[in-house]
Design a protein around this ligand. Structure first.
Ligand code: TRP
Length: 323
């Protein structure tokens, strides 16, 4: 049996990229529980990681609810899972400290996500530097063995593995398993063709109003001219988004729309999204109104999580003579 974990940062409502890249694959994998031998599945809402962007502070609480509501709306069986909100388990931040003192800071300065932030921002807070260490704490505190992440998070996972090895060496006992990544290759591109991400303002928000979704779709950058050739077609961002969502016969349909003009093709994508996610959109509206229910799921998750972390944190404290 393998212990599975995944997480989403609470920077806003999960977008189409999160749904296709994290939520659906998780649901799919866990439906195959017997085959994949996944068990004790943990899903975390990273509401401390989100704070590295100070703009997220204002909506942080609500964003955590939104993430849970989207997981539920997409059909996750929450009884099969332990949903936990990072801030409900202060031991995670305690681990962050122990891990920080054993990981060299100059290596953190070489992490891609950090370097990207340095390029973009004038002020870099320390949390951006230690972001991967907090993620290692998330993963190792529950002794996860399989971690579903986007490609861009692989480097962070590698850091978690290094930390796990070092701690095991220090303690001379294998308290942490080395977590393995499950990576979803077929990501859906954002409206500008790069990875879909809120900060890049290139998302399609499945749970926004129809008007807003239309606006986001209209923003999709396309090739100058439509071409039937497969090679050219695959360069077209609109086509790439469409083909990830549509079945075979629909893919043919979009080609005729392309010939009529990009406006028609965009209209077709809009219709596809509204139809395909009708059920999820309705369920989202249902769940997001029930904050008490969402809070109860978090509270129950935190309670179960406490039991899991107690033994881990005890061992780590003891190793550092802080028991
Ligand atoms: N850093 C991840 C992201 O931005 C979110 C995350 C935080 C996470 N902690 C995690 C993902 C632990 C997997 C496991 O996508």
């Amino acid at each position: 049996m393998y212990k599975f974990l995944t997480g989403i940062k609470s920077t806003g409502r999960p977008h189409l990229g999160n749904v296709i890249g994290v939520i659906y694959p998780t649901i799919f994998l866990t439906k195959l529980t017997k085959l994949t031998k996944l068990t004790k599945n943990v899903i975390l809402i990273a509401n401390l990681h989100s704070l590295t962007n100070l703009k997220s502070i204002k909506n942080n609480k609500n964003n955590a609810y939104k993430i849970l509501a989207v997981w539920l709306a997409c059909g996750i069986d929450y009884k099969q899972f332990l949903f936990y909100r990072q801030s409900d388990i202060p031991e995670v931040t305690e681990l962050l400290w122990f891990f920080s003192i054993i990981y060299p800071y100059n290596r953190l300065k070489l992490v891609h996500s950090f370097k990207e932030n340095v390029k973009k921002k004038q002020i870099i807070n320390t949390g951006i530097l230690t972001y991967p260490i907090l993620m290692a704490a998330d993963i190792l505190i529950s002794k996860a063995e399989l971690v579903l992440v986007g490609k861009d998070q692989l480097q962070h996972l590698e850091i978690a593995r290094k930390i796990a090895k070092k701690i095991n060496n220090i303690i001379a006992k294998k308290i942490f398993p080395l977590p393995q990544a499950i990576v979803i290759e077929k990501l859906i591109p954002g409206t500008d063709g790069t990875k879909m991400s809120k900060t890049k303002n290139n998302i399609i928000d499945l749970f926004a109003s129809k008007k807003e979704i239309k606006k986001q779709i209209m923003k999709i950058k396309t090739q100058k001219q439509f071409s039937h050739k497969k090679k050219e077609l695959l360069k077209d961002n609109l086509y790439n988004i469409y083909r990830r969502l549509a079945g075979k016969e629909k893919k043919e349909k979009i080609k005729t729309k392309f010939q009529m003009g990009y406006e028609h093709a965009k209209e077709e994508l809009y219709k596809l999204i509204i139809n395909k996610f009708k059920r999820e959109r309705n369920f989202y509206k249902y769940y997001i109104k029930r904050k008490n229910m969402l809070e109860t799921i978090f509270k129950k998750g935190a309670k179960k999580m406490k039991q899991i972390v107690n033994s881990t944190i005890y061992e780590v404290r003891k190793a550092f003579e802080c028991n």
